[in-house]
Design a protein around this ligand. Structure first.
Ligand code: SF4
Length: 249
């Protein structure tokens, strides 16, 4: 639990620190200019515009932090907050992680966990009918003769990989489950099914890209486990998937 908490706070910590540094630089430069020579008319305009942008940046970040505990009700505001998260704060966190020499994978994991908190908060007290379980192709046993693309029901449930258990779970909770062999197919599946919520399983990189790519959708990310190395016969914690489905139903 403590480890999960530490993993969740890494991303917001990186974003908050970078905002603090940006504000510090801004005020140092602006106040330095003011006390040295005074501000000319155009400098006043420029500093005012930058100040307003800075206030917006900080306010939107506070909105994001609030959204991990309280759902944002106006849909447009929730979308704006999500847009800022994936298009602005994600890069600020990456920048901060790179200058503080943090491992990129740890930050990606934290981003997934932070996003999950937002998605769970937004879905609170709402029952979703159209849940999509989106799985990576590498979950499938490499010797399986069946090529499972899109429809998980093609699996013959031999039990050699986690697909069989996920198929059973999908039937139990009556949710759609699909296997995507890449980003393009994942996009097509999402476009065709237009789910209320996506429970996506993937590695750090793919999950980060997927969540950001489908930012208009609520995507709950589940990191896969890679006992045989990347992209080969991966596994997933089935309890985490079940937890997510039950939360959204
Ligand atoms: S459980 Fe399904 S997908 Fe996995 S190896 Fe068996 S038939 Fe293939």
């Amino acid at each position: 639990m403590k480890q999960y908490y530490l993993s969740v706070i890494k991303f917001p910590l990186m974003v908050s620190s970078s905002l603090f540094i940006i504000a510090l630089v801004f005020f140092s430069v602006a106040l330095g200019s003011y006390f040295r020579l005074g501000l000319s008319a155009w400098e006043t305009v420029i500093y005012t515009v930058i100040f307003i942008l800075l206030v917006l940046l900080v306010a939107s970040w506070i909105l994001n932090l609030i959204s991990t505990h309280n759902p944002i009700k106006p849909r447009r505001l929730a979308l704006y907050s999500k847009w800022m998260l994936v298009h602005v704060y994600y890069y600020l966190a990456l920048f901060m992680a790179s200058i503080t020499m943090q491992k990129k994978q740890k930050l990606q994991e934290s981003f997934v966990n932070f996003n999950n908190e937002v998605v769970l908060s937004q879905a609170r007290d709402v029952s979703h009918k159209n849940i999509l379980l989106l799985l990576p192709h590498c979950l499938q046993n490499s010797e399986c003769k069946i090529r499972i693309t899109a429809d998980i029901n093609d699996c013959e449930s031999c039990g050699k990989c986690d697909i069989a258990a996920i198929k059973k779970m999908a039937a139990k909770y009556n949710v759609k489950a699909a296997v995507a062999t890449g980003g393009s197919l994942a996009r097509k599946i999402i476009k065709d099914l237009v789910p209320d919520v996506i429970v996506a399983v993937a590695c750090h990189r793919d999950l980060n890209e997927g969540i950001r790519d489908a930012w208009r959708f609520s995507t709950y990310g589940v990191l896969n486990e890679r006992p045989n190395g990347p992209c080969f016969e991966t596994t997933v914690n089935l309890k985490t998937i079940e937890f997510a489905i039950r939360k959204f139903q």
